[in-house]
Design a protein around this ligand. Sequence first.
Ligand code: TYD
Ligand code: MG
Length: 509
Amino acid sequence: MFRPMNKPRAVHRCEACGATQPRWTGRCPACGEWGTLREELVDRRPGGAGPNLGPAAAPAAVALSEVDPEGHKPMPTGLGEVDRVLAGGLLPGSSTLVGGEPGTGKSTLLLQVLASMASAGRRCLLVAAEEAAHQVRRRASRLGADAERVLVVEATDLGAAEAVMVQVAPDVVVVDSVQAVRDPEVASAAGSPAQVRACAQRLVDLAKATGSALVLVGHVTKDGSLAGPRALEHLVDTVLTFEGDRYSTLRALRSVKHRFGQTGETGLFEMGEAGLGEVPDPSNLFLGDRKAGVPGSAVTVPVEGHRALLVEVQALVGRPTQVPRRYVTGLDAGRVGFLVAVLDRWGGVPVGEHDVYVSVAGGARACEPAADLAICLALASCLSKVAVPTGIVAIGEVGLGGEVRRVSAGAKRLAEAGRLGFTKALVPARSAPGAQTGLQVRPVATLYEALSSALPGAAFKRGPDGAPRRQQVSTRRDRWAAPSGAPHGYPVPSSGHPARLRVLGPPSP
Ligand code: TYD
Ligand code: MG
């Protein structure tokens, strides 16, 4: 059957994830969102959006060994925390998307970046699509930023923005925000997925052609599902998120995708009267308000990107209720639920029937499994009203069988704990000893062992049904025993001896 090749083809594009489908369906097969597929015509003429396999000028292919591995060097932004996340700075011709909820401080951060780079002699342009130039000027004064050298243009029209970029030929251009820019050739309204995608694609292409480093600001709603920024992730080289709690001054810049460096790196800032201040020593910030010797608190050392930092896990255990609930901040809520079950089953800590509140102090986050042991200690400590002795950090993943599992970067974590004055660490039994760190390490193989080491003197009541029968059998067979003497390298406090633990340990035969 004859089918003209040049006829525009209809595809259905998902507004949430940008994937295209040949047929309309109620639910996007790629991302699972409902009602997000919209019909779009794809121009298949040569030069149109479809593939063009005509005899266009072919670019020269060279041997990989002849390619300069250095290529372009990143331009440092001058803000240490931003450079840490970008692995050195912004690359010429690259495109970076900075996503975040409205009001987190994206415009503030990027104005500070532009001012810093301008003062280092870079040509910096701000395309203000949301704010008037005088508002930007006022913010710059508030930040004490060098307003002399940053060029600003108010533009919401894509063509106008492109014309200025070509005219100014900046080293760095920030478009704030990509949702406020509009391409008149696309029928839909500014901020619609089709508009955002079309504008971003043209800006990314122009940046690549002219060698400017492009930074696009994108607003994301709380669930991160606003059509727009999510659909742009594949267009750009780097995706950063700027996050912060509305009620905290702490802000975190994280790399979600980075073609030129490691992802998962985090930069920390504090929003103040004069803009964003860098937090080069987050451990001190997070532990600054800690009240040592209070039940329900334990310190652990998560690793964010290349950096280990100390955080305090706090727990509060409410009264037993029929339908116990879990309130979790700064931690993986699913993981806390799982640890509550493991505590119940393998730790002899009947926390499961209580309402449980667990959070990381100071607005920090500790979502990696290495925080498991500290979460368990904080919960057990709160329920027993016995404080974890000061100077102890707890590092280790807890498995479903109550075993303490090894975590990565052990030495780095211990070194950071030592730097902050901690002297003892509970670590997984199979991890390397922290000899060089100067910390006394107590290797623990099981959750039970960890609890009895860190909370000597704690006496828990069993759950309403007493000790689970199967646990009695298995603990006897495995010969779990309370640590006797002080094999763990640091003295047992005089207030209690682990061997006297009545309920934490296995039931006496
Ligand atoms: P803004 O950069 O406009 O956020 P976004 O671009 O992500 O929407 O910053 C918004 C908030 O930051 C606003 O609530 C005020 C606060 N802020 C400060 O606290 N100190 C400052 O110096 C500045 C410039 C802003
Ligand atoms: Mg803004």
